[in-house]
Design a protein around this ligand. Structure first.
Ligand SMILES: [Zn+2]
Length: 314
């Protein structure tokens, strides 16, 4: 309520109460309301600035939790990406190399992610959501390609399993029997004729009568005793798929023409028959009628004995 106003009446020499007019009351009320609004606004502003409402506190907590989840999700995506990269590397550099097929082109590996239209529909969404979806889509695409690649590899491996056992892949002499390997594949000075010429195989020096093993599954196409053009007693195995191996200067033979042999099977014994300066094995690999370097077909970390052990265990 407004304070009472008094005015001094000189005629009566008394203070008389001044009665407020209607407009005066209205103006006073408006001033009061305006003052209340201003003060309320100031209090609200200060409160908003320095104090959070319960809803804001709840939302801030929820936001912090979501940020934590997002961070963990990114870490998980990164670790999955590393695993996928390793799978791709093993696929291209080991499995496909073993099966003698080309690696998956990079363009194919990159394909399969969501198109730009898909992300255009997400316009207005938070950037981190769009980015996460892109990364997940990329992984999905890569895994899809990898899955198809494995299907192809399994199919090829099944059809090539026979071929893999036939290809000459082991050393024909057991490691511990080997004294040394001399005269590699290539141009050399012949130890007897002293003429420079092509050496179509590799020579293994070992004690006489050392066991000689078949380098791969196949059929004996030649098992002959005699000079044989300097080869001495020799054995030839046809492995199929264009591969033939030849074992020369043997002391005695353990197989005859037409015999089927398995990789790691003893086929004869080392000697010095034919054109030889001492006991050694001259070993040749012929692919599609052309001599190739046998070293390219020897898995040095596996011996005939180890191979036989693997077969018996399997
Ligand atoms: Zn030789």
């Amino acid at each position: 309520m407004s304070k009472a106003r008094y005015i001094y009446n000189q005629e009566t020499c008394q203070f008389e109460l001044v009665k407020p007019t209607t407009w005066g009351r209205i103006l006073y009320t408006l001033r009061f309301i305006l003052s209340c609004l201003i003060i309320s606004s100031i209090i609200y502003g200060l409160h908003t600035k320095y104090f959070n409402s319960p809803k804001e506190i709840f939302l801030k907590r929820e936001n912090a939790t979501l940020k934590s989840y997002y961070k963990n999700l990114q870490k998980e995506i990164e670790s999955v990406q590393v695993i996928v990269n390793n799978l791709q590397h093993t696929d291209d550099n080991i499995y496909r190399m073993l099966l003698d097929i080309n690696s998956v082109p990079k363009s194919v590996r990159k394909a399969g992610a969501g198109g730009s239209d898909k992300y255009a529909q997400l316009e207005g969404q938070d950037a981190c959501i769009i980015e996460t979806m892109k990364r997940v889509d990329k992984l999905k695409g890569q895994l899809k390609v990898q899955s198809k690649s494995y299907e192809e590899l399994i199919s090829l491996a099944n059809s090539k399993s026979t071929m893999l056992t036939c290809i000459p892949a082991i050393c024909p002499i057991y490691d511990k029997d080997l004294i040394r390997m001399t005269s590699p594949f290539g141009i050399r000075l012949h130890p007897i004729t002293k003429v420079v010429g092509m050496h179509n195989g590799i020579d293994y020096f070992a004690p006489k009568n050392t066991k000689i093993y078949a380098a791969g599954d196949g059929v004996i196409v030649s098992s002959t005793i005699g000079w044989n053009g300097g080869y001495g007693n020799k054995i030839e195995i046809d492995h199929g798929y264009g591969y033939i191996t030849r074992y020369c200067h043997l002391s005695s033979l353990n197989v005859k023409k037409g015999d089927k042999v398995k990789r790691g099977q003893c086929i004869g014994f080392l000697g010095s028959t034919g054109s030889a300066t001492g006991p050694h094995l001259h070993y040749e690999v012929i692919k599609n009628r052309k001599h190739v370097d046998p070293m390219n077909y020897i898995l040095t970390d596996i011996t005939p004995a180890e191979y036989q052990k693997i077969i018996s265990l399997s």
